[in-house]
Design a protein around this ligand. Sequence first.
Ligand code: F6P
Ligand code: MN
Length: 364
Amino acid sequence: MNTTPVVELTEALALNLSGLPADAAQALSETLLTIAQACAAISEVAAQGALAGAHGLASSSNSQGEDQKKLDVMADDVLSAAMAACPHVAGWASEEHEMPFVSDEHGNQGRYLVVFDPLDGSSNIEANISVGTIFSVLPHPYRGTTPGEMGFLQPGQQQVAAGYVLYGPCTVMVLTCRQGVQMFTLDRSSLRGEGPARWVLTQSEVRIPVATREFAINASNQRFWEKPVQRYVAECIAGESGPRHKDFNMRWVASMVAEVHRIMTRGGVFMYPRDEREPRKAGRLRHMYEASPMALLVEQAGGRAVNGTHDLLEVVPDTLHQRVPVLLGSKEEIDRIVSYHADPHENVSWQLFKTRSLFVQPQA
Ligand code: F6P
Ligand code: MN
């Protein structure tokens, strides 16, 4: 008989946040429960697929001028409505909108700013491959006034919580409140009832193995990569007979949430490096709602996340939708990649990242 006690999200949050003052703990817990409830609703629509009218293109484009999928729009609507109703959220920003939103009712007094990618990997929807939601919770730095775009431009180190929800064969939420990383599985039977969705703790201390023999990169961009990444990947591919003296395996799902989840469960390296395709774009992934929350999760699980030369959590974004190179995963491999970037022979042509913050230390 299995006698392991079942721990639900509310209870796990109470334990995780017990070091905070009671009002801050309650506010953060309620904010995260609101996000979790919205993601349970997105999971329902994603699972119904074509039956919920969730497949295909919407007749609109997002903040970057990219075509939106119907599920992108649906997921964004669900999360935006949840944020507007949450008394602790002063404002929020989404990949789908150029400008952030200020909460009508709670813009002055809400403690938090929430940033999200409502549906990551949406090119995979019709192929029925996993997609996800990524979210980041930041302190509202100028409480008492409504937040403008500047208030959102905080380095990842300031996040009070971050997480993702993976809509795969089962729906899982991987969450950090800066006390390690925990994994929760959505009990789908709870969605048939009237009450809130039930998220059950299924892994209490997620740790990324420090060593790995698996890497993920979109190899079709190889001709555009900078030298340190060329070298790293070439050495992995050379395998047993190369300088690493071991064989590597490669994966590419094209859903960042799925790639990071694989790394959370068995280690590995994920790279979307800076490349020379469009020099004005520093990589493909967005700093605030892709790189930064994933970096906090990975670091909290004992891994490392960098832009090549600096830890991603130190990078201060200039704009809401800024792109950034992302290299993350098992620590030994990321340390190696950073050492290649630091090698003067590798000829890295860019070092222009701001890493100092004007903001105060993280607070809940
Ligand atoms: O959101 C950006 C994203 O879809 C990530 O989820 C994924 O890792 C990447 O882009 C896929 O990029 P590509 O289309 O180059 O494979
Ligand atoms: Mn995305």
